[in-house]
Ligand binder design. Structure first.
Ligand SMILES: *Cc1c(COP(=O)(O)O)cnc(C)c1O
Length: 357
């Protein structure tokens, strides 16, 4: 509390980011990619002409949007870019969801959504998950001022098939349905093919996870011209230059290296497969995941104790101290070596373990 703050600031509940430790740790807590960005990024940085930084960047990020348009095969007018998808989400909430009727979102999803609602005074209705922890799409058939879901969902990793979301879009023709695809490249179906037929669909995505560029802050949205124009109006009322010159060029180089992208995302999927098996052998309940993390519940020791014991050994996973999640750990998928270190550490931490090969 401070006498200098605007009244609205007192009631804000800001998002709590995962810890960014200073020491070298096995860092499996914020779903970063364990692999380096595309090798061309290194070359670009080695030869970057710093004179360029004297000048403001292109406010429209045209070159980046054109490259995205080529890669995703949509018109450039259907693409919006921002300073991380968090910014794109914030602008989208401001542009579309300040409505008389409530925004619908899953009761358990990306924890930034309720923070934006709080910031903008959006009334949100949280729709309970289905019994298997999937997002219950049928439960969204109720009066609303818009819908926001993540597919795959966080922190569960569950993903719906494209057809299921197409049905939701058809039932909600006059409402914006925001689909956050931050994790889609790790084995889920993108809603991208639905864009031409559904002018109410806004896909939000990021370079932070599958392109290994969390440190650069680049996110984007794909949607109908109408929706993209709405985002541009808000953006130009807030920050004209969200993408700096360096970020734009790095993003382009990264997008053009399809081979590196395929190789690294497949490596993460393969590592996830054996890691899930190894956790299950150690009596964890593990939700099936289409993302670069798993939500796992240790059944032989309380999650918080496992979290603390791992932390002592320099392995950081994510523990959410909330009623829904306090029995669970969210574990990002690292390299094979990092996951092996995790498994070895668990064998020392869990009762009666250590007999595994
Ligand atoms: C990581 C994440 C984001 C944010 O990504 P940035 O582009 O780094 O801001 C958005 N949505 C979900 C569901 C995420 O997990």
């Amino acid at each position: 509390m401070s006498r200098f703050w605007s009244p609205a600031l007192h009631d804000l509940t800001p998002y709590t980011p995962g810890e960014q430790p200073r020491q070298r740790l096995v860092k499996l807590n914020t779903n970063e990619n364990p692999y380096a960005p595309a090798p061309g990024v290194r070359d670009l940085l080695d030869h970057f002409d710093t004179q360029q930084l004297r000048l403001y960047p292109d406010p429209e990020s045209t070159a980046l949007r054109q490259t995205l348009a080529e890669v995703y095969q949509v018109p450039v007018e259907c693409i919006f870019v921002g300073n991380g998808s968090d910014e794109v989400l914030a602008l989208a909430f401001a542009a579309f969801f300040r409505q008389p009727e409530p925004l619908l979102m899953p009761s358990l999803s990306y924890s930034f959504y309720p923070v934006y609602c709080n910031l903008y005074g959006i009334n949100a209705e949280r729709i309970p998950l289905a019994e298997d922890w999937s997002v219950d799409l049928d439960a969204f058939d109720r009066p609303n001022g818009g819908i926001a879901i993540a597919n795959p969902n966080a922190p569960t990793g569950h993903a719906h098939k494209r057809d299921a979301i197409a049905n939701l879009l058809a039932r909600q023709k006059d409402k914006v349905v925001l689909v956050d695809e931050a994790y889609v490249d790790f084995g889920a179906e993108s809603c991208l093919p639905l864009i031409p037929e559904h002018d109410n669909l806004l896909i939000v995505s990021t370079f932070s996870k599958s392109r290994s560029l969390a440190g650069l802050r680049i996110g984007f949205a794909i949607g109908s011209r109408e929706l993209i124009e709405g985002l541009e109006r808000i953006k130009n009322a807030f920050n004209s230059y969200p993408i700096d010159r360096l970020a734009e060029q790095v993003a382009i180089v990264s997008l053009k290296d399809q081979e590196h992208f395929e190789k690294t995302r497949q490596a993460i999927i393969d590592t996830r497969t054996w890691s899930v098996e190894a956790l299950r052998q150690r009596h964890f309940d593990v939700l099936p995941s289409n993302a670069n993390f798993v939500l796992a519940r240790p059944t032989t020791r309380p999650a918080v104790e496992v979290f603390n014991a791992l932390r002592e050994q320099g392995i950081v996973v994510r523990y959410f101290n909330t009623p829904e999640l306090s029995d669970w750990l969210r574990i990002s998928i690292g390299t094979d070596d990092e996951m092996q270190q995790l498994i070895n550490a668990l064998d020392g931490i869990l009762p009666g373990e250590g007999q595994h090969p």
